[in-house]
Design a protein around this ligand. Structure first.
Ligand SMILES: Nc1nc2c(c(=O)[nH]1)N[C@H]1C(S)=C(S)[C@@H](COP(=O)(O)OP(=O)(O)OC[C@H]3O[C@@H](n4cnc5c(=O)[nH]c(N)nc54)[C@H](O)[C@@H]3O)O[C@H]1N2
Ligand SMILES: Nc1nc2c(c(=O)[nH]1)N[C@H]1C(S)=C(S)[C@@H](COP(=O)(O)OP(=O)(O)OC[C@H]3O[C@@H](n4cnc5c(=O)[nH]c(N)nc54)[C@H](O)[C@@H]3O)O[C@H]1N2
Ligand SMILES: [Mo]
Length: 763
C-alpha cells in the first residue's frame, strides 16, 4: 500500500527517508510536478509553528477589548487548552448575549488547506451556525468583480471553468490564442482543494507543437511559456477594456462581426454597437483612441483585429484583469469579443475566463465535484462583499451597494478566523490594522505564526494536513487521495474540528455540531457522499476500507474532451442559459436597472482611479501578482520560498530604464512607496517587465515596523488601494495601484517576518 497525500499544489508520495523520517516526493504520474510541496515537512516551517494556545497579555489580564491598539505588538501568554477553550467559549457567550450573533464576523476568508473534511473555513462556518450564526462574506478576493458579473451575462463563473475547452481540443483546432495577462504556469501549479496531474505545461507545449500562434497582451512577458514563439504586446495595466473595444469596433468597420451568431445566441448587441461607433457617446472606439490609452501602436491593434477575425481564435483573460477598478469591464468585454467573432461553441474558438489561474481549466477531467462538510443554517442575514472588511469595521451602520441592493454594515464585536490570512490578503494593511482595533476580541486558529496570528487576541494552534486523516479531492481533478496522517501534531496543535467540538460542548451545541461523529466517522461519511455522487454518473468507486488501504483512486479513464458552450451554440433554445434573456447578454437590462454610474448596462471604458494615463506623484504601476514559489502567504518560510528572495525580501521587478533612472541595480534593497504606505523589497532589473510597471508578488509575511511605519519584507498590501471595483461587485482592486521606488541608502532594517512573537507571563 503506497501512501499519498494532497495539497492545493499537487499530489505527493510519502516515503521513508534514510533516517526513517517521512519525506515527500513527486507523484510519479504527474507529468509536471510542483516543487512547493516537497518542502512541507522542512524544519524551517516547523520553527514557525504555533505550539500552544496563546493569549495577548492585556486581553488575558484585563479582559476583552483591553488595549486593542496593542494588537500585533504585545507579548502573548501561553495557556493550557482548557483555559483557552473556557476563555473563548465565555467570550462567544458574552458577545451572543450582549450583542447577538450579528456582532460575530465569521466570514473567515482564505484558502486553508486541501482535504474535504478538515477544510478550516467549512469548519468555522459550521461551528458558528451551530451556536446561532455569524456575519458572512460573499465572493472571493480572486474574483470579486467577475463572480458578481458573470451570472448576469453568462453563467456562474465556476461553471465556465468546468466547461473550459480542453487542451487536446485546442491543440487540434485553435489557430490563434490571444492571451490578456498570459497563461502563467506559476499560477497553474495550483487548484483549490488539490491538484491531480498538472496539465497546463503539456497543454501549451502541444498547442505550440501543432502550430498555434500565441499573442500575449500583458505588462510582463514572462507569463506565457509554450516552448515556442510568443508575440508580446505590452499594454499599460488596467487598460485592456479599451484595447478590446477597439478590436470590436474594427470588426464593425471591417464587416467581420458574426451577426448571425449575435442574433441567435446573444441579446442586446444593438444597444452596444452605437457605443463602439461613438453614436451613443460621441467617441468612436478607434484603434487610435485605444492606442493613446493602452500604449499599443494603432497599426498593431488594427492588424490584430483582422488576424483574429480571419482565423479560429481563442481569447483568454487572466483573473488579474478584473482585480482592478471597474474590473467587471474587461471580463464582460472578453465574453463580448468571443461572441462578436461568432466562434463561441466551436472547437478551439471563443473565449475563456481563465486558462492560467489554476490547473483546473482545460483539464479533460471527470466532472465530479467533491463532498464538503455541511454548513447548517446561518440565522444571521448580514453579510459583506469579502473585500469590504475594513469598511465594515470602520463604518458600522453605513450603507453599501452590492449587486443591485443597498445593505448596511453590521457592528462587529468579535472576529473569528480559521483558514485565512487577512494580514496577507487584504489591501492597504495599515488601514486594516486601524480597523482591526474596533472589535473587542479576535480569535484565530493557525498552524503558523503568521501576521494574522500575531494580530489576534487568542491564537489556537492547529494541525497541518500532514498531521491528520482526510480525503483529498479537487473537484474535476481526476484523483481521490486517502490523506492518511504522515506525522504527529507539532507541539499541542489540535485539529480545527477537535477545537470546535470542544467549544460546541461548552456552549451546549455538541450534538448539532458533531452529529455524533468522530473525525474518522466524518471522513468515511464524506467518502460515502462522493461514492454516491460518482454512482450517479456511472462511476463505481471502491468501498471506503479498500480506498483507505489502497491510498488513491484514479479517475483518468472517465475524462472526456470538452468544448465550451458547444450544446448551447447548437441549440440555444433547448440549452437556455440562466440569464435574464436566456442568452449571453451583451447588454443587461438588469444591470442597467441598477443605475450605477460605475457599471452601466454594457461593457464600458472607465479611466482607472490610479493608472499610467495620469501618473502624478507616483509614476510606476504596481502589479502584485501571485507568487511562483508558494500559495499566497502559505509556506513563506520554506526553503523553496526563501531561495527566491533578494536580500531576504520579496523581489520587486523593474524595467532597466526605470531602474537606471533611479540608480537601482540588481540586488539593491529598495523602498517602494506611495501615500498609503512604504515597504522594502529586493530589486531585480528585468526586460520582462515593460517600462512604467513594477511587479511585487504577494505573500511575503507582513512585517510592520511600529517605530518607522515601514513594512520591511516586501508585502505589496502595504501599498495597495482598499476600494471596491464598482457599486455592482465591490470586488478587490489590488491591481490598481501607483507607486514610486527609490534605492535605500544607509542602514537596512532586519527582516523579522518569520520571528516568533514575544512570549511573557501574566504580570
Ligand atoms: N495585493 C494583492 N493582494 C491579494 C491578491 C492580489 O492579487 N494582490 N490576491 C488575492 C487573492 S486572489 C486571494 S485568494 C487571497 C489569498 O489570501 P488567503 O487565502 O488568506 O491566503 P493564504 O496564505 O492561503 O492563507 C491561508 C491561511 O490558512 C492557514 N491554514 C492552512 N491550513 C489550515 C488549517 O487546516 N486550519 C487553519 N485554521 N488554518 C490553516 C495557513 O497557514 C494560512 O495562514 O489574497 C488576495 N490578496
Ligand atoms: N503559484 C501560485 N499560483 C497561484 C496562486 C498563488 O498564490 N501561487 N494563487 C491562486 C489564486 S487564489 C488565484 S485567484 C489565481 C489568480 O490568477 P490571476 O489573477 O490570473 O494571477 P496574477 O498572477 O495576479 O496575474 C496574471 C497575470 O496578469 C498580468 N496582469 C496584471 N494586471 C494586468 C492587466 O491589467 N492587464 C493585463 N493584460 N495583464 C495583467 C500579471 O502581470 C500576471 O502575469 O492564481 C492562483 N494560482
Ligand atoms: Mo484567489
Amino acid at each position: 500500500m503506497t501512501h499519498y497525500t494532497q495539497a492545493h499544489w499537487g499530489t505527493y508520495r510519502v516515503e521513508q527517508g534514510s533516517d526513517g523520517a517521512p519525506v515527500l516526493r513527486h507523484w510519479e504520474r504527474d507529468p509536471d510536478p510542483c516543487d512547493i510541496g516537497l518542502h512541507m515537512l522542512s524544519p524551517e516551517l516547523d520553527r514557525v509553528r504555533v505550539r500552544r494556545p496563546s493569549v495577548r497579555r492585556s486581553w488575558l489580564e484585563r479582559g476583552p477589548g483591553s488595549a486593542p491598539e496593542l494588537r500585533g505588538r504585545e507579548p502573548f501568554v501561553e495557556v493550557d487548552w482548557n483555559t483557552a477553550l473556557d476563555l473563548v467559549a465565555a467570550e462567544l457567550a458574552r458577545v451572543k448575549a450582549a450583542h447577538g450573533n450579528e456582532a460575530i464576523f465569521g466570514g473567515s476568508y482564505g484558502w486553508a488547506s486541501a482535504g474535504r473534511f478538515h477544510h478550516a473555513n467549512s469548519q468555522v462556518h459550521r461551528f458558528l451556525n451551530s451556536i446561532g450564526g455569524y456575519v458572512r462574506h460573499n465572493d472571493s478576493y480572486s474574483l470579486g468583480a467577475g463572480r458578481v458579473l458573470l451570472p448576469h451575462v453568462l453563467m456562474p463563473i465556476d461553471e465556465s471553468w468546468n466547461q473550459g475547452t480542453s487542451w487536446d481540443v485546442m491543440a487540434e483546432h485553435t489557430k490563434l490564442f490571444v492571451a490578456f495577462g498570459g497563461v502563467p504556469l506559476k499560477n497553474a501549479q495550483i487548484s483549490q482543494g488539490g491538484v491531480g496531474q498538472h496539465q497546463h505545461p503539456a497543454g501549451l507545449r502541444a498547442m505550440a507543437a501543432s502550430g498555434v500562434r500565441f499573442v500575449n497582451v500583458s505588462p510582463v512577458n514572462d507569463n506565457l511559456e509554450t516552448g515556442g514563439d510568443v508575440e508580446w504586446i505590452p499594454i499599460r495595466p488596467n487598460t485592456d477594456t479599451a484595447l478590446m473595444l477597439a478590436l470590436a469596433r474594427q470588426w464593425v468597420v471591417d464587416g467581420t462581426v458574426d451577426r448571425d451568431f449575435l442574433a441567435r445566441c446573444c441579446s442586446g448587441y444593438e444597444e452596444f454597437e452605437p457605443y463602439l461607433t461613438g453614436a451613443s457617446d460621441g467617441v468612436a472606439k478607434t484603434a487610435a483612441w485605444a492606442s493613446a490609452i493602452t500604449g499599443v501602436p494603432e497599426a498593431r491593434i488594427v492588424a490584430l483585429a483582422r488576424e483574429m477575425a480571419g482565423t479560429r481564435t481563442m481569447i483568454n483573460a487572466a483573473w488579474s484583469l478584473q482585480r482592478a477598478s471597474h474590473g467587471e469591464q474587461p471580463f464582460w468585454m472578453t465574453v463580448v469579443l468571443g461572441c462578436m467573432l461568432g466562434q463561441v461553441g466551436l472547437p478551439g474558438g471563443g473565449f475563456a475566463l481563465g486558462y492560467g489561474p489554476t490547473n483546473r481549466m482545460g483539464s479533460p477531467h471527470t466532472r465530479l465535484s467533491g463532498p464538503s462538510l455541511p454548513q447548517g443554517t446561518n440565522k444571521v442575514r448580514s453579510f459583506i462583499p469579502v473585500a469590504r472588511i475594513a469598511d465594515m469595521l470602520l463604518n458600522p451602520g453605513a450603507e453599501f451597494r452590492y449587486n443591485g441592493g443597498v445593505h448596511t454594515y453590521p457592528d462587529i464585536e468579535l472576529i473569528y478566523w480559521a483558514g485565512g490570512n487577512p494580514f496577507h490578503h487584504h489591501q492597504d494593511l495599515a488601514r486594516l490594522a486601524r480597523a482591526w482595533q474596533k472589535p473587542a476580541s479576535i480569535i484565530v486558529h493557525e498552524p503558523y505564526w503568521t501576521s494574522t496570528a500575531k494580530f489576534a487576541d487568542v491564537v489556537l494552534p492547529v494541525t497541518t494536513t500532514l498531521e491528520r486523516d482526510d480525503i483529498g479531492f479537487g473537484s474535476h481533478e481526476g484523483v481521490v487521495v486517502a490523506m492518511r496522517r504522515v506525522v504527529p501534531p507539532a507541539g499541542e496543535a489540535r485539529n480545527d474540528y477537535a477545537i470546535f467540538s470542544a467549544l460546541a460542548e461548552r456552549m451546549g451545541a455538541r450534538e448539532v455540531f458533531t452529529e455524533g461523529r468522530d473525525e474518522m466517522g466524518w471522513v468515511e461519511h464524506l467518502y460515502g457522499v462522493l461514492h454516491k455522487r460518482a454512482e450517479g454518473i456511472g462511476i463505481a468507486l471502491p468501498d471506503f476500507a479498500t480506498f483507505w488501504d489502497e491510498g488513491m483512486i484514479n479517475l483518468e479513464a472517465h475524462a472526456k474532451p470538452i468544448v465550451m458552450l458547444e450544446a448551447y451554440r447548437r441549440d440555444p433554445a433547448a440549452n437556455m442559459l440562466n440569464t435574464e434573456s436566456g442568452k449571453i447578454q451583451i447588454f443587461s437590462e438588469r444591470i442597467a436597472g441598477f443605475a450605477l454610474a460605475d457599471c452601466p448596462g454594457h461593457p464600458t471604458w472607465f479611466e482607472p482611479t490610479e493608472w499610467l494615463g495620469a501618473p502624478g506623484e507616483y509614476p510606476l504601476h504596481l502589479l502584485s501578482d501571485q507568487p511562483a514559489r508558494r500559495l499566497h502567504s502559505q509556506l513563506d518560510a520554506s526553503p523553496h520560498s526563501i531561495a527566491a528572495k533578494v536580500a531576504g525580501r520579496e523581489p520587486v521587478y523593474l524595467n532597466p530604464e526605470d531602474a537606471a533612472a533611479r540608480g537601482i541595480a540588481d540586488g539593491d534593497v529598495v523602498e517602494v512607496f506611495n501615500a498609503r504606505g512604504r515597504c522594502l523589497a529586493g530589486a531585480i532589473v528585468s526586460a520582462a517587465i515593460m517600462p512604467g510597471v513594477a511587479r511585487l508578488s504577494t505573500g511575503a509575511w507582513y512585517d510592520y515596523d511600529w517605530q518607522t511605519g515601514l513594512e520591511k519584507h516586501g508585502n505589496p498590501n502595504a501599498l495597495t488601494r482598499d476600494a471596491g471595483a464598482s457599486g455592482l461587485s465591490q470586488g478587490c482592486t489590488a491591481q490598481t495601484c501607483l507607486v514610486e521606488v527609490q534605492r535605500l541608502d544607509g542602514p537596512v532594517p532586519a527582516v523579522s517576518a518569520h520571528a516568533l512573537p514575544e512570549f511573557a507571563s501574566v504580570r
